[in-house]
Design a protein around this ligand. Structure first.
Ligand SMILES: Cc1cc2nc3c(=O)[nH]c(=O)nc-3n(C[C@H](O)[C@H](O)[C@H](O)COP(=O)(O)OP(=O)(O)OC[C@H]3O[C@@H](n4cnc5c(N)ncnc54)[C@H](O)[C@@H]3O)c2cc1C
Length: 384
């Protein structure tokens, strides 16, 4: 019996487990292979929905389902203590879980994601709103609706973080929301970013810098968040700039999962050293890493994890069946970028082809919404 373990049943882990199970379903039915997903949570969250929840475009209940309901019937699923990974022991090819079990593996796929570090910046938890988790996104939507005027600062604390385009999106959605409400002249919008410009990719930076100027959004970069003073309503950067605010919307610092660090598989922020083509963890021929947890210099995005799942599932199945050549990941990423409450553009790129975002339009906005709606029925189940 060959054991394939998938650590993390979020976006990447679910999709890759389903793809592997579909490729080796005969072997699973003959009892020769088992594919098991381990996750501490029974629920699967579709995090791109959180941005839309924070602006009232999506209902909170649309952003999660029971993980079991989107997994292929051939995939085993363990959650709670049985699925909470306490250590990954590469030397003896096993994973330990909080219920005391030790799971041996022949192939391990790690997709344990990236995690919000509210406490890394003094005052952040008390002073900042964010849309990077569901609870905070719900709170933020209440504040957005009752905001009647003043200064909104949109800030990115630290790179890298998941969904790199999200700060651009929330800024342009806020701008459009207050225009449509007829009070944009009472709202000052400021955008703080920790590297020069408004975004790291030159073509996107050029387009968005122009749009920000047209929409009267002030840019502060380089601005690396050092502290938030919730009582004075003021933020300060490591570069020495201070800015007051009436509402602060910020992306918190991110790190890989703690268990990656404590298992000796991560760098100082728990990102896993990963080959950008094979997606194998460096120094291990039986462990793949994918999604947000890798240290690959590419967007931490659901689409990245989805594209990576083709390579990982193909190569794991090829190892099991011994009848196929290996694939490599070309660095594919696709992300819609909302540029308002009813328009969007997108970026599509890989290691060799930079993105050229098209002129924003309503078509791309509706495509973004359609993608979100179809996630549970099609994408997570790898029906397309
Ligand atoms: C506001 C927002 C908007 C976004 N918008 C987009 C977008 O428009 N397009 C896009 O492509 N991407 C977007 N993303 C990013 C996308 O959601 C992530 O990149 C994607 O979820 C990464 O998948 P993953 O499998 O690496 O991690 P996740 O989906 O986060 O899954 C990680 C899983 O690991 C589990 N886990 C962690 N540690 C343990 C442990 N010790 N034991 C057991 N289980 C564990 C967690 O419970 C979780 O289920 C957005 C994200 C946010 C927050």
């Amino acid at each position: 019996m060959k054991n394939v373990l998938v650590a993390g049943g979020g976006l990447g882990g679910t999709i890759v487990a389903n793809r592997i199970a579909q490729k080796v379903s005969s072997e699973i039915e003959r009892g020769e292979v088992a594919v098991t997903v381990l996750d501490r949570s029974e629920q699967h969250f579709y995090q791109p929905g959180f941005l839309l929840v924070s602006m009232g475009v999506m209902e909170p209940s649309e952003t999660y389902v029971q993980e079991r309901s989107v997994l292929d019937r051939h995939v085993r699923f363990l959650s709670g203590d049985k699925g909470t990974i306490t250590s990954i022991n590469a030397a003896d090819r096993s994973v330990s879980t909080a219920d005391g079990s030790v799971h041996k593996y022949d192939h391990l796929v790690i997709s344990t994601g990236s995690h919000l570090q509210f406490n890394e910046i003094p005052g952040f938890a008390e002073g900042a709103d964010t849309f990077f988790n569901l609870e905070n996104a719900k709170e933020m939507w209440k504040k957005v609706q009752s905001f009647s005027g003043g200064k909104i600062v949109v800030d990115t604390a630290l790179l890298p973080h998941k969904c790199p385009v999200a700060p651009l999106e929330i800024t342009l959605m806020l701008d459009d929301y207050f225009r449509k409400k007829g009070i944009r002249d009472k709202v000052q919008l400021h955008y703080c970013y920790p590297v020069p410009g408004v975004f790291g990719i030159p073509n996107v930076n050029r387009m968005m810098t122009r749009i920000f100027a047209e929409r009267d959004i002030s840019v502060h970069s380089q601005f690396t968040l050092a502290s938030v003073d919730p009582s004075a309503k003021k933020i300060t950067s490591k570069e020495g700039e201070s800015l007051d605010y009436d509402m602060l919307v910020s992306v918190p610092p991110h790190k890989g999962a703690d268990v990656i660090g404590s298992s000796g598989l991560g760098d100082r922020r728990n990102w896993i050293s990963t080959d950008k083509f094979t997606l194998l963890v460096k120094g291990h021929d039986d462990i793949h890493a994918m999604g947000d947890t890798t240290d690959i210099a590419i967007s931490k995005a659901g689409s990245t994890a989805d594209y990576e799942s083709y390579t990982v599932s193909h190569n794991v199945a090829a190892d099991i069946t011994g009848n196929d050549a290996k694939k490599t990941y070309p660095g594919s990423v696709f992300c819609f970028i909302a540029t308002g409450m009813d328009q969007a553009t997108y970026i599509k790129f890989d290691y060799n082809h930079p993105p050229v975002p098209p002129t924003p339009s309503q078509v791309y906005w509706w495509s973004k919404l359609a993608y979100n709606k179809l996630y549970w029925s099609l994408h997570a189940k790898t029906m397309i």
